[in-house]
Design a protein around this ligand. Structure first.
Ligand code: 13P
Length: 263
């Protein structure tokens, strides 16, 4: 069965004190309500607060996974401003995002770099959430499935089957991110089914049936229930709503309460 997985992507928000407070509030509530029994949970602070959040999670012996929003594919060297997978591991990180739409479309990362980052992080033993999703003009032009397929095939090129147990996909339609608009549960389910079919053609049906596919884009406590009960939605990647403990926790609760999925 696929255990749901909810990630809180804090993006470039908060400061050191607010990062500590938010991590502490989440760790405490998740332990008290034993939410981690039915749902994996990760938070992705800005790089500079990773250490602060690490210390909070360590002090609470929390099961919440520490994530990073990005990674550079080379192990070390003259890459000013960048951070390697080994450095992230050294700071207690266990999961990284690759291919986030803001890195693709605001910062200009292409499929080839995203593939290198994905492979480097997996090779280093980290978990990876590979983010994919179409822009509004691509959706309007009927290219949603083709864009998702291209981003999956390119992002996962030469990923060994042995690493797939550390891979999650996040389908985040770009037009739904931070806009308050989200895909209908049926549209999201349809996209997830098609993504799983692409994964099956790459890695076989059994492996594809085990890979979790999160939905992301304006997920909130009020719409999470309907999304999380879809049979191919295995949790969410949450932006704005992950900055408020209660809102994020209500999404985690919705994912934890959803019927079991997979075989
Ligand atoms: P919002 O939840 O703010 O739409 O952001 C989604 C996202 O980009 C998570 O990675």
């Amino acid at each position: 069965m696929r255990k749901p997985f909810v990630g809180g992507n804090w993006k470039m928000n908060l400061n050191a004190a607010a990062s500590r407070t938010l991590a502490d509030d989440l760790a405490r509530a998740i332990a008290t309500d034993r939410l981690d029994q039915a749902c994996d949970i990760a938070i992705f602070p800005p790089f500079v607060y990773i250490r602060h959040v690490h210390n909070v999670l360590r002090d609470r012996s929390s099961s919440v996974m520490l994530g990073a929003q990005d990674v550079w594919p080379e192990p070390s060297g003259a890459f000013t401003g960048e951070v390697s997978a080994a450095m992230l591991k050294d700071c207690g990180v266990s999961v990284v995002l690759t291919g986030h739409s803001e890195r693709r479309h605001v910062i200009g990362e292409g499929d080839e770099l995203i593939n290198r980052k994905t492979r480097a992080a997996l090779d280093a033993g980290l978990q990876v959430i590979l983010c994919i999703g179409e822009k509004l003009e691509e959706r309007t032009a009927g290219q949603t499935d083709a864009v998702n397929e291209r981003q999956l095939r390119a992002g996962l090129a030469n990923v060994p089957a042995g690493h797939l147990n550390r891979l999650t996909i996040a389908y985040e339609p770009v037009w739904a991110i931070g806009t308050g608009k989200n895909a209908t549960p049926a549209d999201a389910q349809d996209a997830h089914t098609k993504c799983r079919a692409v994964l099956a053609s790459l890695f076989g049906a059994d492996a594809a049936g085990r890979i979790r596919i999160q939905y992301g884009g304006s997920v909130k406590g009020s719409n999470a229930g309907e999304l999380m009960t879809q049979p191919d939605i295995d949790g969410g990647l949450i932006g704005g709503a992950s900055l408020k403990a209660e809102e994020f926790l209500s999404i985690v609760r919705a994912a934890a309460a959803a019927p079991a999925k997979g075989r």
